[in-house]
Ligand binder design. Structure first.
Ligand code: PRX
Length: 667
């Protein structure tokens, strides 16, 4: 554990709204002792069609032994998230302020949209959806590249009370079909395609397949597919067919062009006034067993929490230019590309491309071009960029930067220091933001001008957050120590349920330690009271910041009729953080060879998505199992790591399998 302390510099403190540690501590204390008073400032900065009942900030039950788990925040109020992020800003005189600078995959493709223009587009698209009979509570699936229409679509859903379910556009048609069917989406919104570097994403084609699979496999019919014509308006960065229509089939009964739907639509679209606990959106995240979990976020608490975390964690000021590189298909893209910045009237950069195109300095070039003040990215991107040396960073003027932030996995000290010293010129603060799809917003983080920083350490609880470290027996670890990271009470932005499966919600998060929300991550508290998140302690893998379950990948591998059993473990990877190392046992007569390895890797890509592709498929003549038949993953992890000290293997049913596994180990 690198224990070097870095303090915020004057560069950050001088412009801060929260410039001291004492102030952070006082505010944190008040947020726990007097939540109503603490949140009042931000609550009053939200438009309420009907104000919340006073004295009723939050009600909840976090203890499963006392009954059903629930969380309610600002009950009795009526509001609309879209109204707050658009109408309110326009009314406050921000109409001409840029909401987004859009930067395409190719540097020659860029545009911008003001708050007033975004408002018009959202109202028009809201009306177009209403024309198709989409309204409050309906689910809208979104499978889009990083383009402005994606934001328009999400906000239009919020405006009319529809629940959006964005599926990351790197997911396969199977994954999309499963997610659309699970939430019974009425509509799917996509684009004809998009570019990532020189790679063409044939999104519409994937959607066609997904719609077909949803029908065949899940008996769910998606009646409308709305398509943005994106490819024709941007520079081709690779090969394209002469006629773009060759990229997909057009189904007259289902497909409709975005621009045709927008034609003639009015820019007046009355918002649907939503109850505080009405759903805002759902977002699927991997579960350690079975199908993906549809994490559900609701209206008032999410808005409040998104607004507050953005204000303090990025230390946002009016003239700032903020850039979060996350894709909108993940929770970071929801909260910190769309809702939180807009709720603060911020000007954001939205980027369609990759850090490596047309050159490996693209991120730094964009920071220089737009004079970015806050930059939010993932450790995997930082590590990938470090590899190209310092010169790419040095050739750009990035003196506008004040806050650098990180999310997705623990950031290794080496990457932290490179980010701090080179990108931040030893004077920007780094906010290592720990949170989850489920938490809605940051929960453990540094506050740029207020809290000390240590490379690799997430730091301190955000306001309203009460972290507790528990040991294996559920005993509270006080002071210095390590254990499970849990939370003793809810904060406004926490998920409310898993869509359509409240029992699973309770089982997954509240059963292990009654009275606590269990994150599934390990954490240690150091002698300065700072919290280090050490990584997952369940059967989850974190590849390039994308969470996936070992069992999800295992079940795809065993779909191949040659595979009798599969076990997947995480192996540390220099850039991705973790990579997938898979062990497969084969059925009688099947042969382990390069063709099988290729076929299995392809299968995982096709069924889940390219980002889930395994690095290694190792032949396992037998699996190391306990006498009760449970695979000892701990042992497999050691094999993957190339270690030969397997620790206590006394419970292993047949120790001889270890020699075989070592023999077949991939080097
Ligand atoms: O293991 C933690 C890791 O990512 C998980 C949440 O993944 P997801 O729901 O996909 O959301 C990612 C973006 C918020 C966590 O359980 N994680 C995320 N941020 C950090 C982190 N681990 C350590 N430090 C972080 N800053």
């Amino acid at each position: 554990m690198a224990n070097e302390i870095y303090l915020p510099t004057d560069h950050v403190v001088d412009r801060s709204r929260l410039p001291s540690f004492e102030q952070y501590q006082d505010m944190h204390k008040q947020s726990l002792d007097e939540p109503q008073q603490f949140w009042a400032d931000i609550v009053n900065d939200i438009h309420w069609q009907t104000p919340p009942e006073s004295g009723n900030f939050m009600t909840y039950n976090f203890d499963i032994t006392k009954g059903k788990i629930f969380v309610k925040c600002l009950e009795g109020s009526l509001t609309n998230v879209c109204f707050n992020v658009l109408d309110k800003n326009v009314r406050n005189g921000y109409g001409d302020k840029i909401a987004f600078y859009w930067e395409g995959n190719h540097p020659e493709d860029y545009s911008r949209v003001t708050y007033a223009k975004l408002y018009d587009l959202v109202c028009q698209f809201g009306n177009a959806l209403r024309d198709r009979n989409i309204g409050k509570g309906d689910r809208v699936a979104i499978y889009m590249p990083m383009i402005l229409e994606t934001v328009v679509c999400m906000l239009a859903c919020a405006r009319i009370g529809a629940i959006h379910s964005v599926v990351f556009a790197g997911f396969s048609s199977d994954s999309l079909a499963e997610r659309m069917s699970d939430c019974k989406a009425k509509v799917l919104v996509t684009a004809d395609g998009g570019w990532r570097g020189t790679k063409l994403l044939t999104l519409k084609d994937t959607c066609d397949e997904a719609i077909q699979k949803a029908k065949e496999k899940y008996n769910h019919e998606v009646k409308t597919c709305i398509v943005v014509a994106h490819l024709e308006r941007v520079t081709a960065c690779g090969k394209l067919p002469h006629d773009l229509r060759d990229l997909y089939k057009w189904n007259q009964d289902v497909d409709v062009w975005w621009h045709e739907m927008m034609e003639g639509q009015s820019n007046i679209c009355p918002p649907e006034w939503m109850q505080a606990e009405d759903p805002l959106f759902m977002l699927y995240t991997s579960g350690s067993t079975g199908k993906p979990k549809g994490v559900l976020h609701t209206t008032a608490g999410y808005l409040l929490y998104a607004k507050a975390t953005f204000r303090y964690v990025f230390d946002h000021r009016d003239k700032d230019i903020y850039w979060c590189t996350a894709d909108v298909g993940w929770i970071t893209g929801h909260t910190y590309v769309v809702y939180a910045p807009l709720a603060n009237g911020a000007t954001c950069v939205m980027f369609e491309g990759t850090p490596f195109y047309p050159d490996n300095d693209r991120y730094w070039a964009i920071i220089e071009k737009y004079k970015v003040t806050q930059f939010y990215t993932a450790p995997t991107a930082i590590r990938a960029l470090m590899k190209f040396g310092d010169s790419h960073v040095k050739k750009h003027n990035m003196s506008t930067l004040r806050v650098l932030a990180s999310v997705g996995e623990p950031i290794n000290p080496e990457a932290w220091l490179w980010y701090y010293k080179l990108v931040g010129s030893n004077r920007c603060s780094i906010a290592d933001t720990f949170w989850q799809t489920e938490t809605g917003g940051h929960v453990i983080t540094s506050i740029p001008a207020a809290t000390p920083m240590k490379p690799g350490c997430a730091g301190y609880p955000f306001f309203g957050v009460d972290p507790v470290i528990l040991d294996n027996d559920g005993q509270v670890v006080t002071g210095v120590g390590e254990g499970y990271l849990t939370f003793k009470r809810p904060w406004p932005g926490i998920m409310r349920t898993l869509y359509g499966d409240h029992d699973r919600f309770q089982d997954v998060y509240f059963k292990r330690f009654p009275g606590y929300y269990c994150t599934g991550d390990g954490a240690k508290r150091d002698e300065d009271g700072m919290i280090w998140v050490t990584g997952r302690i369940d059967d989850m893998l974190n590849v390039s910041g994308h969470l996936m379950s070992t069992s999800e990948v295992e079940s795809v591998l065993t779909e191949d009729s040659r595979v009798s059993e599969a076990a997947v473990v995480a192996k540390p990877h220099k850039v991705k953080g973790e990579s997938l190392y898979c062990f497969v046992s084969l059925n009688e007569g099947a042969t382990y060879n390069a063709e099988l390895v290729d076929a299995l890797k392809r299968r995982v890509r096709d069924r889940i998505g390219a980002f889930a592709a395994p690095d290694v498929i190792q032949f396992a003549p037998g699996m190391p199992k306990t006498r009760s038949g449970k695979i000892m993953r701990r042992v497999l992890r050691k094999i993957a790591l190339g270690e030969s000290d397997f620790g206590d293997i006394s419970t292993l049913a047949d120790p001889s399998v270890l020699d075989e596994l070592v023999k077949h180990r991939s080097t």
